[in-house]
Each structure stands twice: as structure tokens, then as C-alpha cells.
Write a protein that binds this ligand. Structure first.
Ligand SMILES: O=C(O)c1cccc(C(=O)CC[C@H]2O[C@@H](n3cnc4c(=O)[nH]cnc43)[C@H](O)[C@@H]2O)c1
Length: 209
């Protein structure tokens, strides 16, 4: 059975695929930017595939929280950080509103296999946001609400919902292209993040699940 790796954009899928050895039992597919596109795209792939896939990994570049460009983060859980309600008293999460949980757990066995395959990767919470954090105030608020976060990206929670809806193990991997903080596009190190994605592709292809 095949491992499904979903990325947001084609360039991420290509970087990851460069690390795959010939004949790797892995499908890499771009499904779109943001949690809604990622959930819909992943759910569509899973529905079309019958029982072909054994696990789903959301992978791509991301913003580092305490991690520098080129580093690799593995999610211990995915938190939909902006899913909730604003209020004069501050942000209220889905949990606080009583509508369920904004946290998607990752599969413990899949995470353990990823940690063994990528020993330099840092494990921690990965946040899913619909808007890239880009101010000092926004960053401070995010860190206050999520002190255990190591990275921010835009798809993980959506992919998790699709994978878990299909009853498949889920994990998220992010290679760091930029530091979360006041927006400075010129400081993004896409090449470093893509090189780490290529190395992650090699490690993912060797997983035995
Ligand atoms: O500009 C480029 O050359 C380029 C090449 C490939 C991909 C991109 C993207 O911007 C991909 C969007 C993707 O990146 C994730 N991401 C990266 N950094 C952050 C961040 O600080 N906060 C949230 N998301 C981030 C995200 O998952 C997007 O889907 C550009």
C-alpha cells in the first residue's frame, strides 16, 4: 500500500519527489493552499483511491517558531490556530466555544517512525492558519496562545480532517523557509527549505509502516 504525501503547491511536490528513489511506493500530490483546499483535495484523492493508501502526510514549507530556515519540524499535533471567534476579551478557540476541538492529533506510530527516520527534526505543535502571520503583534499573540508551537503553515489541520475522516494515519512535516514574525519576503529561504524537503522525501520513502 502506498504512502500519500500532499503538499500545497507543485514546487513543494517537486522538491519532495526529487528525494524519492526509483520505485518508491509513495504518491506526492499538490492539493492547494490553505486548509479548505487541502482538505477537499486530499478527500478527493482518498475517495478516488479506494484502499490504496496506508497513511497520509501533509508536507511542505512553513514558518519557523524558534526554528531557522532549513530546519525540519514534525507535528506532535496540528492546531487550527485561527479557527474560533474574536471578542472584546480576545480570541475564543473552537474548544472554548463548545463546538469541538481545533486540535487534530497525529498518529503516534507514524510520528515515531518519522522521528526515527529524521533524527535532526524538531517535534512540536504545528499551527494551521488561513492568514500567514506577518506582524510583531500577531506573532506575540500567537506565541502567547501556543507556547509549544514550533512552526506555522496553512494546510495541516485540513489534511488531518480528510485523513482521519477516511480512517487513515496522519502526520505533518514542515521544512522551514522563513521565521514567523513581521513579514519580510526577501528573507525567505525557499531553496534551503526545498533542500530539506528533498532530504525528507528520501526518509519518507524508506518508512516501513
Ligand atoms: O515564492 C516562492 O518561490 C514559493 C515557492 C514555493 C512555495 C511558496 C509558498 O509560499 C508556498 C505557500 C505555502 O507555504 C507555507 N508557508 C510558508 N511559510 C509560512 C508561514 O510563515 N506561515 C504560514 N504558512 C507558511 C504554507 O503552508 C503555504 O501553503 C513560495
Amino acid at each position: 500500500m502506498t504512502l500519500l504525501i500532499v503538499t500545497a503547491v507543485a514546487a513543494e511536490a517537486e522538491a519532495l519527489s526529487r528525494g524519492l528513489p526509483p520505485g518508491a511506493d509513495v504518491t506526492v500530490a499538490p492539493v492547494g493552499v490553505g486548509p479548505a483546499a487541502a482538505a477537499a483535495g486530499t478527500a478527493r484523492l482518498l475517495a478516488l483511491a479506494g484502499d490504496r493508501y496506508r497513511a497520509v502526510v501533509s508536507a511542505g514549507i512553513g514558518g519557523g517558531i524558534g526554528l531557522l530556515p532549513g530546519a525540519t519540524a514534525l507535528a506532535t499535533r496540528c492546531v487550527a490556530a485561527d479557527l474560533g471567534a474574536d471578542s472584546p476579551q480576545g480570541f475564543l478557540s473552537l474548544d472554548e466555544l463548545g463546538f469541538g476541538s481545533a486540535t487534530a492529533e497525529v498518529d503516534a506510530a507514524l510520528l515515531a517512525a518519522l522521528r526515527a527516520a529524521l533524527p535532526d527534526a524538531v517535534a512540536g505543535e504545528v499551527l494551521t492558519v488561513s492568514t500567514v502571520t506577518g506582524t510583531a503583534e500577531g506573532t506575540a499573540e500567537l506565541l502567547r496562545r501556543h507556547p509549544a508551537a514550533v512552526a506555522e503553515a496553512m494546510e495541516g489541520h485540513g489534511v488531518a480532517c480528510a485523513a482521519q475522516g477516511a480512517g487513515l494515519p496522519f502526520a505533518e512535516l514542515r521544512t522551514i523557509s522563513n521565521v514567523v514574525g513581521p513579514r519580510d519576503r526577501a528573507a525567505w529561504r525557499i531553496g534551503d527549505a526545498f533542500a530539506a524537503l528533498t532530504a525528507a522525501g528520501t526518509a519518507l520513502a524508506a518508512l516501513t509502516l
